[in-house]
Design a protein around this ligand. Structure first.
Ligand SMILES: Nc1ncnc2c1ncn2[C@@H]1O[C@H](COP(=O)(O)OP(=O)(O)OP(=O)(O)O)[C@@H](O)[C@H]1O
Length: 230
């Protein structure tokens, strides 16, 4: 299965707005993303990075063209199939959306409970393990209000990874992190690619992590203008 791409997009176009305000944001995007790879999407503000990421990641309806994600065609897919596909994914966004009334550990645990994976004891063990990996072993019982921006972001990373997703979609995951924590997060994603075949697609402006990518795709005005593999 390793040589079947995790994601294939063909003739992908996307518009926002209606009537006179209708504006095309994505133009004829075609790409294949290999399983286990770490791909970075770059480009100026407004170039369509987040729109492409959310189209590939099953978070936005495909209007025109094809997106095949983990062997599922997303264009026209019924909602239950989209829901089942999303369960195989991990999402890390800049707005980390942690539950303020839950501790770090409970927030991560939720990432497993929505999947119903494993018994309660195993779920707790897995949550603690992944919090340890992101360097928050000593903050598991803290509420988000008592964590720094970078620590909250690491909780969000732990929550996205605890269910062993097949593909991780990340939008500026290192923006709130200092250099070292940012590198740690990207190294973790890269290591998961090697050990478990986890595929990562990441939007970033962070030049510090470019060296770690297997591939860098640059968008300008909704089009792919360069696509470099290492
Ligand atoms: N919900 C929306 N409604 C209308 N236009 C939108 C919407 N979301 C994005 N756009 C427009 O689509 C284009 C691409 O936006 P997108 O957010 O994908 O760019 P981006 O490269 O991710 O930008 P940034 O780096 O600033 O996050 C922009 O012109 C933007 O104004």
């Amino acid at each position: 299965m390793r040589n079947v791409p995790a994601i294939t997009a063909e003739g992908l176009n996307h518009w926002f707005g209606t009537g006179e305000a209708r504006k095309q944001a994505v133009f004829d995007v075609n790409l294949e993303i290999e399983r286990g790879s770490l791909t970075i999407l770059m480009g100026p503000s407004g170039s369509g990075k987040t729109t492409v990421l959310t189209l590939l990641g099953c978070l936005r309806d495909v209007q025109e063209g094809s997106v095949e994600l983990l062997d599922t065609e997303l264009n026209g897919a019924p909602e239950p199939l989209l829901v089942a596909t999303r369960r195989r994914l991990g999402f890390i966004f800049q707005a980390h959306n942690l539950h303020e009334s839950l501790s770090a550990e409970q927030n991560v645990l939720m990432g497993l409970q929505v999947h119903g994976k494993g018994d309660a004891h195993k779920q707790l063990e897995a949550s603690r393990h992944v919090l340890g990996l992101v360097g928050l072993g000593d903050r598991m019982n803290y509420l988000p209000a008592n964590l720094s921006g970078g620590q909250k972001q690491r909780v969000a990373v732990a929550r996205a990874l605890v269910s062993n997703p097949e593909v991780v979609f990340a939008d500026e995951p290192t923006a709130a992190l200092d250099k070292e924590s940012g590198m740690t997060v990207v190294q973790m994603l890269k290591a998961l690619g090697k050990t478990r075949g986890t595929t990562t697609v990441m939007v970033t402006h962070d030049n510090r992590i470019l060296d770690m990518a297997d591939r860098i795709i640059v968008l300008e005005e909704g089009r792919i203008v360069s696509d470099t593999r290492k």
